[in-house]
Ligand binder design. Structure first.
Ligand SMILES: [Ca+2]
Ligand SMILES: [Ca+2]
Ligand SMILES: [Ca+2]
Length: 327
């Protein structure tokens, strides 16, 4: 019977650890799920559609991991890949669509997704680092045809009546599933990837700080308490918000991640996003745009007036929802 005492004590200690890991000890906002380490691979590669053997083509893996509270989480994100219409390419090496200039692009040939039968046709140019799903008034218009790399740009078209709501799920994809890290040439095996999203629509709508943005997956973290919650603000800015200012953690496969459930109906026009933070704007330099990134830099006039956006941390926030009400 004596031997039971240490077991009981250790159970209490474990519960205390669980409570701390769930953020309860710091009085953090409710609903966070904490994980540690690598996820189990569910799919080695969600994207097999690339038509060329490109040097910068990565596999697009998907994983599952169980949080300390028992919640099973898909990483980097649940997506509609494979079950939703794909956006048309503006520029895409994998799809072998490489226009020399915007004037060579036939936007009118892109199919129109009907949201409102008596609406006007709106077209948009879109780039995501790495993946987007774009909804209009709750209807899934298109998903990014190339979920990870190489970097592509896309065209979406829809018919809609004002006012309307654009809602986009954004994923900074990863290879170290559950940890927000990836290989970075030539020799960084635990590199912390970053995100970014820019779009310009034919009705004048552009991405900028007037959009709302909320993060649902933050990693890699040395300590889950590095995420400071104040209401709906999920703040990791002390870790650095952009490369090269963000200080990479050294925990590698022992790092933590913090997740929140994606709210039901987040794509709908009536969803209340007023407590979400405003989107942060990022410069081309912060995003890491080089002239070599021609899917974006070849078409500056396609993105005139638009800003790269993300939540407050371009590096550590890996699944971000953004919304814009167009009046
Ligand atoms: Ca992409
Ligand atoms: Ca990241
Ligand atoms: Ca990325």
């Amino acid at each position: 019977m004596r031997t039971r005492t240490p077991i009981a004590l250790s159970a209490v200690t474990s519960l205390a650890v669980l409570a701390a890991c769930a953020g309860m000890s710091s009085g953090a906002g409710s609903g966070r799920h904490v994980t540690q380490g690598l996820a189990t691979v569910v799919s080695e590669n969600l994207y097999t559609g690339c038509r060329e053997q490109l040097p910068n083509l990565r596999k697009t893996p998907l994983g599952r991991i169980t949080a300390f509270d028992g919640t099973v989480i898909t990483v980097p994100a649940e997506t509609a890949i494979g079950s939703a219409p794909q956006a048309a390419p503006l520029y895409s090496d994998c799809e072998q669509v490489r226009p020399a200039r915007l004037a060579d692009v036939s936007v009118d040939a892109v199919p129109v997704v009907e949201v409102d039968r008596d609406g006007d046709v709106v077209s948009g140019f879109v780039v995501a680092d790495n993946y987007f799903e774009l909804y209009v008034n709750g209807k899934l218009v298109a998903v990014d045809p190339v979920p990870y790399t190489p970097f592509n740009s896309a065209i979406v078209r829809f018919r809609v009546k004002r006012p309307y709501t654009i809602a986009v799920k954004l994923v900074d994809w990863e290879e170290k599933l559950g940890l927000g890290m990836e290989w970075f040439p030539p020799n960084q095996n635990w590199y912390v990837g970053d995100g970014g999203f820019i779009a310009r629509f034919s009705d004048g709508t552009v991405t900028d700080r007037s959009w709302r943005a909320q993060t649902y997956y933050i990693a890699p973290l040395t300590n889950p308490d590095d995420v400071v919650e104040r209401g709906d603000v999920r703040d990791t800015t002390a870790l650095g918000r952009t490369h090269p200012l963000a200080k990479p953690p050294t925990c590698e496969a022992r790092c933590y991640a913090v997740h929140w459930d994606i709210p039901r109906g987040w794509q709908a026009p009536g969803f209340d996003d007023r407590r979400w933070p405003q989107a942060y704007e990022y410069t081309d330099a912060e995003i890491g745009i080089s002239p070599a990134l021609i899917s974006y830099s070849r078409f500056p006039e396609a993105f005139t007036g638009a800003r790269w956006i993300w939540s407050s941390n371009l590096v550590y926030d890996n699944v971000v929802l953004v919304r814009k009400r167009v009046q």
